[in-house]
Design a protein around this ligand. Structure first.
Ligand code: MG
Length: 159
């Protein structure tokens, strides 16, 4: 049996006039994350962690933001495509841990739904994925609400 670990990080600026998508769900807020895709930092961090475990670079390499196919893309679809790569190579998910850094809004009411949505994308039980939020406590750009960030770690196990 063998294992691979991976980590992923992602950052996107917050702007007016965009939907806020996090962990594959829309969260009511007066601003949203800006990016070529739907800019879902949580899904991007998790996908980057999986690509890291596979030794497959990062999301930008697989889904370049110069490619019009990925404009406003649903990042859950990108996560599913990344996961297909892992499955093709015989990896299964032991667990994943995702942290979202956001000053506002309070994300606690949405964490379980994000967890279920991302677990569904990977075809695993929700218990294998943890989603938590951490407040930047007003510090720096994230604390001012200029944007949001997310970090993820995964452990893959050979089948
Ligand atoms: Mg991103």
């Amino acid at each position: 049996m063998s294992f691979r670990i991976g980590q992923g990080f992602d950052f996107h600026p917050l702007v007016s006039g965009r939907r806020l998508m996090l962990g594959g769900i829309e969260i009511p807020h007066e601003m949203g994350l800006k990016g070529h895709s739907d800019a879902d930092v949580a899904a991007h961090a998790l996908a980057n962690a999986i690509l890291g475990a596979l030794g497959e670079g990062d999301l930008g390499r697989h889904f370049p933001d110069s490619d019009p196919r990925y404009k406003n893309a649903d990042s859950i679809r990108l996560l599913e495509e990344v996961w297909r790569l892992a499955r093709e190579r015989g990896w299964k998910l032991e667990n994943a841990d995702v942290t979202i850094f956001a000053q506002r809004p309070k994300l606690a009411p949405y964490l379980d739904t994000m967890r279920a949505r991302m677990a569904e994308a990977l075809g695993v039980e929700a218990s294998r994925i943890n989603v938590k939020a951490s407040s930047p406590e007003g510090i720096g750009a994230l604390g001012r609400g200029d944007g949001m960030a997310a970090a993820a770690a995964v452990l893959l196990e050979s089948e």
